[in-house]
Design a protein around this ligand. Structure first.
Ligand code: SF4
Length: 212
């Protein structure tokens, strides 16, 4: 078992299934796509608030979102922050979905405001493609493990070559990293209670959580 697999095993043993991506409406796929944009630079609770608001006015729908003026949409998604930009991004994604273009990573990256993390989240969570999502939590944890990768693509390659290409595994792994990043591997890590403490190469363990 390689180190990347070992990390997953320990995280899963401790935290179990995370049931990501959490959705509340029947249009799961489109709700996930909206969520990947709304979640940028804000908390998940704000995203949930916004999704509920959009659901109340029947806007978890690309057809309906296409009709609504961008300014009106911005007002409706205010609770997610950066609402003018996010409204523009949502409009751009809706236009892309309506264009009939093939849903590939390359095409998604050509949509206004869609970067690698958002594109990969759409592919993985909405379309169940085996694409590993790299976020700030993932980078922080891997750096503390001593991995030297720097760019998004370098980190992604590491996961792609170390794991079986399985969207369910990638889905769960990313969700577990988010959980670990919130519970233990915070800006100031709580290594004592971390499920990875025995294999983490970081020598900061004895001092940073102040309990050892
Ligand atoms: S042992 Fe500490 S530094 Fe290593 S992953 Fe856990 S919380 Fe992060």
């Amino acid at each position: 078992m390689n180190k990347i697999e070992k990390i997953y095993k320990l995280l899963f043993e401790k935290f179990r299934e995370q049931n990501w991506w959490p959705t509340i409406t029947s249009n799961k796929k489109f709700e996930i796509i909206l969520g990947t944009i709304l979640t940028q630079n804000t908390s998940w609770s704000n995203v949930e608030k916004t999704i509920k608001t959009l659901n109340l006015v029947w806007l978890i729908s690309p057809i309906e979102l296409k009709k609504i003026p961008e300014k009106h949409l911005a007002e409706l998604i205010r609770s997610s922050g950066y609402y003018n930009q996010k409204a523009k991004k949502i409009k751009a994604v809706v236009e892309f979905l309506d264009s009939g273009k093939e849903l590939t990573r390359e095409n998604l990256l050509n949509v206004w405001g869609i970067g690698p993390e958002t594109a990969d989240s759409i592919l993985l969570y909405a379309y169940e493609q085996p694409v590993f999502v790299i976020d700030a939590y993932t980078k922080r944890i891997m750096k503390r493990f001593g991995f030297k990768q720097k760019s998004y693509e370098e980190f992604q390659k590491l996961f792609h070559k170390s794991l079986k290409k399985d969207h369910k595994l990638f889905n769960e792994y990313h969700a577990l990293f988010v959980k670990l990043g919130k519970e233990n591997c915070r800006t100031k890590p709580l290594c004592n209670s971390c499920p990875l403490t025995d294999i983490c190469t970081k020598n900061i363990k004895p001092s940073l959580d102040g309990n050892q």
